[in-house]
Design a binder for this molecule. Structure first.
Ligand code: SAM
Length: 258
């Protein structure tokens, strides 16, 4: 039995993740995730660290993290995506712990050295306080001195892009994505249309958009004492060239055994 409730929200609709799977979790994406885990200075966790991959999906980061020797727990709302992660870990010959749970509820006090939340898996919950609660849960789950990594599309990064409609084709599927900013730049709606032969699917996802300053306020409100930002996975600055908004937040307090 899982503690997942049916919220009726777009992210709880399994048809969305199934219909848009090839675009969201392409082989290219999987290779990028593996490269990030292998080379990114942001992923240099202590050997054998206990890492929580929050909103792990099909395990694009979970499996490489386990391959790197970490003790990984992947948490996700979607049973079919967790099944893919399970299959991926089996094929890679690594053990991972997978938990079907809602990020709004999941917290295991001081059970992890690091928490990662990758490829825009934050800001999904409708109420602002609920997204802060997700950060509070991550804070609870970390040991003192532990770090949380949140990787999203920053408001500043999006504002620089002039392209609002994109077209791509993958594995015979054509995808059109149209992005609309609304609520005075506080939210982004992405409308997706996928066409494969005579079959068409459509879906919309709505997420909160954050600037670095807004995300810093939320992280500090959730208890984090030290927050820094990067604009790419190489650890570059969050400036006018940034491609992503990546927050690295540290839980303060007594650091034991380090
Ligand atoms: C954009 S995908 C990213 C997945 C993964 N982090 C990656 O990098 O490939 C977002 C993931 O968040 C999960 N998700 C959405 N809402 C959630 C919630 N409330 N609690 C837990 N997982 C959630 C989805 O099922 C999906 O797997």
């Amino acid at each position: 039995m899982s503690d997942v409730h049916d919220t009726g929200a777009w992210f709880a609709d399994q048809a969305f993740w199934r219909d848009f799977y090839p675009h969201l979790f392409s082989a290219e994406r999987a290779a990028q995730a593996a490269r990030i885990v292998e080379r990114s200075p942001l992923f240099r966790f202590p050997a054998g660290a206990r890492v929580l991959d929050l909103c792990c999906g099909p395990g694009l980061f979970t499996v490489p993290l386990a391959r790197a020797g970490h003790a990984v727990t992947g948490v996700d709302l979607s049973a079919p995506l967790l099944e893919r992660a399970r299959r991926g870990s089996r094929e890679a010959g690594v053990g991972v712990r997978l938990v079907e749970a809602d990020m709004l509820a999941f917290a295991e006090p001081e059970a992890f050295d690091a928490v990662v939340n990758m490829f825009t898996s934050f800001g999904y919950l409708d109420r602002h306080e609920d997204n802060v609660q997700v950060l509070r849960n991550a804070h609870t789950s970390l040991v003192p001195g532990g770090t949380l990594l949140v990787d999203v599309v920053g408001k500043e990064v999006l504002a620089r892009r002039d392209e609002r409609v994109s077209l791509s084709e993958l594995e015979g599927k054509v995808l059109v994505q149209r992005d609309t900013v609304f609520d005075d730049w506080s939210r982004l709606r992405s409308d997706w249309y996928s066409i494969e032969g005579t079959r068409a699917a459509t879906a919309s996802m709505t997420i909160h958009l954050y600037s670095a300053a807004e995300l810093r306020d939320m992280l500090c409100g959730a208890g984090f004492t030290e927050v820094r930002f990067h604009g790419d996975y190489e650890g570059g600055p969050y400036d006018h060239r940034a491609e992503r908004l990546i927050a690295v937040a540290t839980k303060g307090g007594d650091v034991r055994g380090r």
